[in-house]
Design a binder for this molecule. Structure first.
Ligand code: C5P
Length: 235
């Protein structure tokens, strides 16, 4: 079964501060998106990468992919994204050729995920899981709060879920093609990951171990950490 990776990269990255769309910010002199594409193409199982670009940035993304050396065995497609991550993923799926039976969805904002994590996700789908997420235990205790009634108002704590049962999930998330397409056709509420749509269909989602280096680059401090990881890899 052939495997493709869809990379939603159409977000503005507002939390990272002012500047270019997040996926196009440099890490070690190379755009974050290029790291993410290389991380998917590093898996020998991945033969197509579909990049979902900012709608006004498809030409720029195409020329970036042309400019950076990527493995020859991997094909690339660039499509324009949408208003939400979910819409961007769906637009990427619309471009998926029929011969791909396994689909990874990977955030451009997780540029440093190791290939072993990518391969573990693919392997679990090959073994029959309709949906697979890499996940890690939490370091922090998590509280559920009642959102503030107005800015500046307090947020009372509602509950403290048992931390031992919580996991922070990462990407790439892996799917049986038909399951992911059905999930995107059926679930219309706003979600923050693809696996939750599969959960809403009532299908099982399997967890495999995530990796510290698959963290999401969201805030300025994450850029500092990502640069440090790259430097350590180059030593
Ligand atoms: O905003 P967040 O960090 O959750 O975004 C996760 C990923 O989804 C990023 O790679 C971002 O570029 C992508 N995204 C997208 N289209 C949007 C919003 C986010 O492709 N409209």
């Amino acid at each position: 079964v052939r495997t493709a990776a869809v990379i939603p990269a159409a977000g503005r990255g507002v939390r990272l501060g002012p500047g270019a769309p997040k996926a196009l910010r440099a890490l070690g002199g190379v755009p974050m998106l290029i790291h993410a594409v290389r991380a998917m193409a590093a898996s020998r199982a991945v033969s197509l990468v579909i990049v979902v670009a900012p709608p006004d940035g498809t030409a720029e993304v195409k020329s970036l992919l042309d400019a950076h050396a990527l493995p020859e065995r991997t094909d690339f497609l660039v499509v324009p994204g949408g208003e939400t991550r979910q819409e961007s993923v769906r637009l990427g799926l619309d471009a998926l050729p029929p011969e791909y039976g396994i689909v990874l969805v990977h955030d451009a904002a997780r540029p440093l995920v190791p290939v072993d994590t990518v391969d573990a996700v693919i392997e679990a789908v090959r073994e029959g899981a309709p949906a697979v997420v890499p996940a890690l235990p939490l370091a922090d205790t998590v509280k559920e709060v009642q959102p503030a009634a107005a800015p500046g108002e307090p947020e009372p704590v509602v509950a403290t879920p048992d931390r031992a049962r919580l996991r922070a999930v990462q990407t790439p998330q892996g799917f049986d093609r038909a399951t992911l397409i059905q999930a995107h056709e059926t679930v219309t509420d706003n979600v923050t990951d693809d696996a939750s749509m599969v959960e809403q269909l009532g299908l099982p989602v399997v967890v495999v171990p995530g990796h510290e280096e698959a963290f999401k680059v969201t805030r300025p401090l994450d850029l500092v950490l990502a640069e440090a990881v790259l430097t350590r890899r180059r030593l």
